[in-house]
Design a protein around this ligand. Structure first.
Ligand SMILES: CC(=O)SCCNC(=O)CCNC(=O)[C@H](O)C(C)(C)COP(=O)(O)OP(=O)(O)OC[C@H]1O[C@@H](n2cnc3c(N)ncnc32)[C@H](O)[C@@H]1OP(=O)(O)O
Ligand SMILES: CC(C)C(=O)C(=O)O
Length: 557
């Protein structure tokens, strides 16, 4: 056994934050934060093959297109690929005026200087300095005291200040991250940030960005929220700082931590699209933004063509977006199971009928159409599905609105097919099943309408006269009734001895305008059997004749 029976021998519970009067639990998010995408930095440093300039440029353009205004474009001192891409981007003139690019650097003099050089001639830019401050990193990585670790930050901040002052044509912004903030002593993080602020002298008009990372997510998200609230309440000169969140997803709650962190007073969120990033990834910006959207808040980011965004992300990261990923995954708006399909179908119908625009569709937290997703993908049919599922597919695909009782009849055919094939049934499968169950638009049937005429007899009854092919042999037939349908029923009775009593009839138009067709449905009794028929034709009367023949085929078939 490799898992411990007593894990407390190896792992300690995360301590509570000393914050008795926490305010964040009773706050709500009412406005979007500032968004920073670190796809091209944190995302890029964690994929198997880091992006080349072609991929980085494509990703950058997509980030701009969806409306991200702060983009961390790389780690310039990592090497020539990074440096040249950043210089190329800055010189290309492709950075919109309202977009700031950001670069990350360790707090080492040569690396900071290289970072500034990469941004030479930028109109505006953010230089992001970091060093780890928590005990494990102090003891193990740096082997330094608190004072020495604070000194790393201070020394770096001074180089930043000096490098910026050498390049007055660029509007410089500074960001500092006490890396490993989530596992550090809060008062020490505040102490280091305060020291950095003293060097860089931010003001409310030109604030510093203090980015507080959960470099490794180590506790429940309420703890991170406490840490953020504590930090915001105790940081001197809070007005001169933009508080930024940078959560990772080690415990699977990176998004929750960012949301609670915003309630705790933060102004900005860093993350990656679809949660790429170190280990289990960064907080997913798409999820945080669309969670807000579903609460009626415009996140300021546009995912109305989410598939295009996914395509770019998958191409550049060479990693798939998981099928179950919130909002973007291929299956997240799809219901296979019968009771979900039934509720969704009813929800769409109710939504169309209600007077206001508020979204109320069971099982769907967001309208897929808002993200450019097709309704057709919402309901897919397999052996777990019910009548709501195939009825939806037939309606979307063929325009057929089956009467409720006929859905129950057709259900047996679909279930049989699904069990036989042992796989998902697509729209073509369901249409095939329908055609063969009701002898619609197929040559392999007992009775086939060749042509007919309808006339009125002197006594007012209707006369049906025409040719019906029986197993391919055409026969002239005729019969009378009160209406067209009953005249066909009489014809079948008199010519072929069929026992057929019509119990119910309905019809509807399929489509509109010149191409409109009609569908007719017939519920009949023959002996003790209930038989359904369906006819489709350009002409509504002919559709009803076909429906009778469809039922007749059901009797003999
Ligand atoms: C949490 C994060 O995601 S932070 C971002 C991490 N991203 C990256 O590292 C990607 C880009 N990095 C790189 O290309 C390389 O690491 C480089 C070029 C920056 C530096 O490479 P190297 O000079 O070989 O150093 P290396 O990366 O191994 O860093 C280790 C050294 O830097 C020190 N160091 C680490 N972080 C920092 C920091 N933020 N500030 C100052 N020094 C630091 C370590 O203590 C160690 O020092 P030592 O050699 O005296 O023990
Ligand atoms: C550099 C910092 C912000 C980081 O990536 C982290 O701590 O995860």
């Amino acid at each position: 056994m490799t898992m411990l029976s007593d894990p407390s021998r190896k792992y300690r519970p995360f301590p509570q934050v000393a914050l008795q009067d926490r305010q964040w639990p009773s706050r709500t998010i009412t406005a979007p934060p500032r968004w920073l995408s670190t796809d091209l930095r944190d995302g890029n440093q964690s994929i198997i093959d880091p992006m080349d300039a072609v991929k980085k440029n494509r990703f950058f353009d997509e980030l701009v297109r969806i409306g991200i205004k702060e983009i961390e474009v790389g780690f310039p001192s990592a090497g020539a690929t990074e440096f040249d891409f950043i210089q190329g981007l800055v010189r290309s003139g492709r950075i919109p005026d309202d977009v700031k690019v950001q670069v990350l650097t360790q707090s080492r003099e040569d690396l900071i200087r290289t970072s500034f050089e990469s941004l030479e001639s930028a109109k505006q830019a953010i230089v992001h300095l970091y060093n780890a401050v928590s005990p494990a990193w102090r003891d193990i990585v740096f082997r330094m005291s608190k004072d020495e670790v604070r000194e790393i930050a201070l020394a770096g901040a001074k180089v930043m200040r000096d490098e910026a002052s050498k390049r007055p044509d660029t509007d410089w912004h500074f960001q500092y991250s006490p890396e490993t903030f989530s596992t550090a002593e809060l008062d020490f993080s505040i102490e280091v940030c305060e020291a950095v602020m003293q060097v860089l002298a931010p003001t409310p008009e030109h604030p510093i960005i203090l980015n507080l990372p959960a470099t490794v997510e180590a506790a429940t998200p309420n703890i991170y929220a406490d840490q953020i609230e504590y930090f915001c309440r105790n940081l001197p000169n809070r007005d001169a700082a933009v508080i930024s969140l940078h959560t990772h997803n080690d415990r699977g709650t990176g998004v929750a931590a960012a949301e609670l962190g915003l309630m705790a007073g933060a102004d900005r969120v860093e993350g990656c699209l679809f949660g790429n990033g170190e280990r289990t990834g960064n907080c997913c910006l798409v999820t945080v933004a669309l969670n807000m959207y579903t609460q009626g808040i415009n996140p300021g980011l546009d995912f109305s063509d989410i598939d295009r965004t996914i395509e770019t992300v998958e191409y550049c990261n060479e990693l798939p977006v998981h099928q179950r990923h919130p909002y973007g995954g291929e299956l997240v708006f799809t219901a296979f199971s019968g009771s979900h399909q039934d509720a969704i179908k009813k929800g769409f119908e109710a939504n169309d009928q209600q007077n206001d625009e508020h979204w109320r569709v069971p099982y769907l937290p967001i309208d897929p159409a808002d993200l450019g997703r097709d309704y057709e993908a919402v309901i897919r049919v397999n052996s777990q599905s019910g009548k709501g599922g195939f009825a939806w597919v037939l309606e979307q695909d063929q325009g057929l609105k089956l009467p409720k009782k006929m859905q129950a009849d057709f259900s047996k055919h679909v279930q049989h097919m699904a069990d036989e094939l042992g796989r998902e049934l697509n729209a073509a499968d369901i249409w095939e099943a329908f055609k063969s169950a009701y002898y619609v638009q197929t040559d392999s049937k007992h009775f086939q309408l060749v042509y007919y005429d309808e006339s009125r007899a002197p006594d007012g009854t209707r006369v049906f006269a025409g040719k019906i092919a029986v197993k391919g042999q055409e026969q002239s037939v005729s019969g009378r009734g009160n209406g067209l349908i009953s005249s066909v029923v009489t014809t079948l009775e008199e010519s072929f001895g069929l026992d057929l009593k019509v119990l119910d009839y309905s019809e509807h138009a399929m489509g509109s305008g010149r191409d409109a067709r009609a569908a007719a449905y017939l519920m009949c009794q023959s002996g003790d059997r209930i038989i359904w028929g369906c006819g489709i034709d350009e002409d509504v009367a002919t559709a009803s004749v076909r429906a009778v023949l469809s039922a007749a085929n059901g009797i003999v078939g």
